[in-house]
Design a binder for this molecule. Sequence first.
Ligand code: HEM
Length: 482
Amino acid sequence: LITDARRHLPPGPWPLPIIGNILNMNKLPHRALAGLADRHGALMTVRLGTSLFVVASSPAAAREILQTHNASLSGRSPADAWSGGGHSANSVFVLQPGRKRRVLRRLGTAHMFSRSRLQETLALRRDAVAGLLRDVSVAASSGSGGTPVTVSVRRVVFTAMVRLLWRAMFSDDELSEAASRGLYDGVREAVALVMTPNVSDLFPAVAAADIQGVRRRFAAQIARAYKMMDGQIDRRTRARHQSGGGDASRNDLLDAMLDMSEQGDHGGVTINRDVIRAFCTDLFTAALDTTSNTMEWALAELLQNPQTRRKLQEELGTVLGSKSQVEDSDIDKLPYLRAVIKETLRLHSVVPLVSYRAEATVQVQGYTIPEGSNVLVNVWAIHHNANVWTEPHKFLPERFLEKEVEFYGRNFDFIPFGSGRHICLGLPLANRMLHLMLGSLLHQFEWNLPEHESGSAVDMTEKFGLVLSMATPFQVIVKNKQ
Ligand code: HEM
């Protein structure tokens, strides 16, 4: 089991508190680690410098980590950058297990992602998709004299998701184009900084000096996002004071958090301005790149698999008829769309690696994982395991028609949203939005590859980051359907 992998990865010492930093050296670490697992086993230890790094690459090993021993294996080891601007003290991504994390997750579920809340926000999703279709239609009509128009699906989906979350959290319809772009740039830059190789992570003894200034730059980006959240907090607080509470109530996430902040201590947890703005910022960070890149991968596959695309468009035509967009209630009637989304999440798992810290020493598959180890689950390796999936590197949505495979964290063959205590908080919303957006875009428009791409294969090279994206910017020709 114990494998010293120093010879396979760049020379150390790498204390490895944050996988991302190493991973940058090794351009596609999920693939490199999957290759190592093929040789050394589905549970292996990589010792890098002074740190132990346990990597699980099979459904059985993932089950032990994410289910059987999850209580002991759900700590986090955040990058030093993450503490810029004090963000890590309140960030749901990196808070250690405990009451504060639980309170935040419960708040998110109750006021954003529960079944009843999603029912109440149905119109917001419908509007978000209508806005997306409008943006694409305007772009499609902008070509003069029949010149083909290209769009970046990643970009338009990102914008649609920003607007949706903004309205759902703050009940505010007036997010300006400039503010939305600011959030886009801020989130991108902050995420890039978290992934930057940083001396502070390699040598914690000198971290306080922030030699490369990564923490300082992260703090500047976080401050931009916090300023936007502060604008909403101030506005709502003023309105609540003026109306004495009642009239200003929007019954949204912001109201729920402000109510809690007025109630004081919640069993040792205080919800204050720092907590509110960190949580709201985290929801944007988690939602935007994941959904927009998944949509981009989906379209890239569909444009290279014309039969699959035609089959999907036929299904959409039959179910939707003259309706312009997919609605929540249509999803159950669109099995092929569901299969296409699942196959995209499998083949292009945008979160290919999930990482934790062992809070106690535990036995996994008969081996000891010492307290303090970094534990990694290679989601990408599981989704490309030939013992589980036939022809794992091919885009074959039909596989999901043949057998029912769900992604709610109980089936360890398929965990694109993770599992256990850190399972994706936004899963119910992400699930709905992926179907609504992909189905509507396919139903409403004609999509084609640019001339230079159609002759050769699309460049599907991956770029590793917090989210796995297409390395080459992907522009697609779009036309309004006749
Ligand atoms: C294609 C879309 C998405 C995918 C594939 C995805 C996947 C994931 C994965 C794999 C994790 C990490 C689990 C872990 O560390 O064990 C995660 C965490 C998270 N996701 Fe998502 N996600 C998506 C969309 C969203 C959306 C739309 C939201 C919110 C609006 C969201 C909110 C979160 C949050 C807050 C966490 C942190 C949970 C925690 O650490 O407790 N995600 N997601």
